[in-house]
Design a binder for this molecule. Structure first.
Ligand code: NAD
Ligand code: AHE
Ligand code: ZN
Length: 370
């Protein structure tokens, strides 16, 4: 069949909207009509050539929602007409990691996914006979896409696509980092670095968890108002501040340091500050941000010797097929907010504008509605 898609033919070049060929679902796969997709900073990072796994030409996008239109042989858990959210972190329920109960990082299809291919080692997309690669196993910047059955979460049909697509990455990552990874407790002091599409969801997760001080940090002053809207109690603009001064200020505001800090910037210098602002003896810093290829984190080992902990989280530690429908319920029950964070709704033809708005700090989430 044919599908319209925004293709990343090369790194650092705008996406091109073209009509592609898409092969139907093979055994264990499903064809999904994507109805809406968010643009996450990770898409921009890959497009900008910062991803060590970045492959071109490819169809980016990993924050979608849509409808199953066809299922391949042997697919039993979803059927045509089901509403689904694609999962870049699938849940097979059978691999060592899924069975461990210790992590959401299902390994069933990770190797081929990282190569831009379906589990059988081939791509379903082509353009004028040339292979176009999948991205994060999702490729939601295509109106139709093919996904493994284990990489879709069935969701309720009354959830609007334009907002629930954000649960496919940003909302789950931010709220999940607080609930699943850090397990923030009532009364904890939380510090959040980077108040964009992910950081604001960390803030709303921290409020939901009953955190005491929720200190937001950004270098964009406009983000103060955004943070306060979702439960931030204090704000610090660190533009021009040294690491030492930033840490001293945070320690003052949090009465000794953060119980939990979160990096949602992807900047390795910020990650260091996020660790070192943690409370001596027990503070835990959670890395959410994705750093550019070649970047490394550093700190004095003494920071860990004196009881600070460094952790990371992917997709907020959420098990996609199990947890995503629950997050959709939380949204539909009014327990978490999504609508105000969708600052721009664009057509597929306008998708490059979504990247421009993100880089200019003018959007929280841009969503492409097909
Ligand atoms: P975004 O562009 O919406 O937000 C980033 C925010 O960080 C902006 O408000 C920006 O002003 C702020 N910022 C940038 N540099 C800063 C600095 N030096 N100090 C303080 N604030 C700074 O991006 P996003 O979509 O929220 O994504 C944030 C990060 O999380 C990205 O690195 C993205 O790739 C990553 N991410 C990771 C996961 C995961 O599963 N681990 C999931 C989604 C996104
Ligand atoms: N491909 C990069 C790493 C990118 C990365 O860490 N991705 C996150 C999700 S970001 C969503 O916006 C993730 O899930 N990581 C776990 C995994 O298995 O990819 C690189 O450095 O090679
Ligand atoms: Zn993302």
């Amino acid at each position: 069949m044919k599908t319209r898609a925004a293709v990343a033919f090369e790194a650092k070049k705008p996406l091109e909207i073209v009509e592609l060929d898409l092969e139907g679902p093979k055994a264990g796969e499903v064809l999904v009509e994507i109805m809406a997709t968010g643009i996450c900073h990770t898409d921009a990072y890959t497009l900008d050539g910062f991803d060590s796994e970045g492959i071109f030409p490819s169809i980016l996008g990993h924050e979608g929602a849509g409808v199953v239109r066809e299922v391949g042989e042997g697919v039993t858990s979803v059927k045509a007409g089901d509403h689904v959210i694609p999962l870049y972190t699938p849940e097979c329920g059978k691999c060592k990691t899924c069975l461990s109960g210790k992590s959401n990082l299902c390994t069933a299809i990770r190797a081929t996914q990282g190569k831009g291919l379906m589990p059988d080692g081939t791509s379903r997309f082509s353009y004028k006979g040339q292979t176009i690669y999948h991205y994060m196993g999702c490729s939601t910047f295509s109106n139709f896409t093919v996904l493994p059955e284990i990489a879709v979460a069935k969701i309720r049909e009354d959830a609007p696509f334009k907002t629930s697509c954000y649960i496919g990455c940003g909302v789950t990552t931010g709220v999940g980092a607080v609930m699943n990874t850090a397990k923030v407790q009532p009364g904890d002091n939380v510090v959040v670095f980077g108040l964009g599409g992910i950081g604001l969801n960390v803030i709303q997760g921290a409020k939901l968890a009953g955190a005491n001080t929720i200190l937001g940090i950004d270098i964009n002053p406009d983000r103060e108002e955004w943070g306060r809207q979702f439960g931030m109690t204090d704000f610090l603009n660190t533009k021009g501040m040294t690491r030492e001064d930033t840490i001293a200020k945070i320690v003052e505001i949090t009465d000794g340091g953060a119980d939990y800090s979160f990096d949602a910037t992807g900047n390795t210098e910020v990650m260091r500050t996020a660790l070192e602002c943690c409370h001596r003896g027990w503070g835990t810093s959670v890395i959410i941000g994705v750093a550019e290829a070649g970047k490394e984190i550093a700190t004095r080992p003494f920071q860990l010797v004196t009881g600070r902990n460094w952790r990371g989280t992917a997709f907020g530690g959420a098990k996609g097929r199990t947890d995503v429908p629950k997050i959709v319920d939380m949204y539909m029950d009014g327990k978490i907010a999504i609508d105000p964070m969708i600052t721009h709704v664009l057509t597929l033809d306008e998708i490059n504008k979504g990247f421009d708005l993100m880089h200019a700090g003018e959007s929280i989430r841009s969503v492409v509605a097909y």
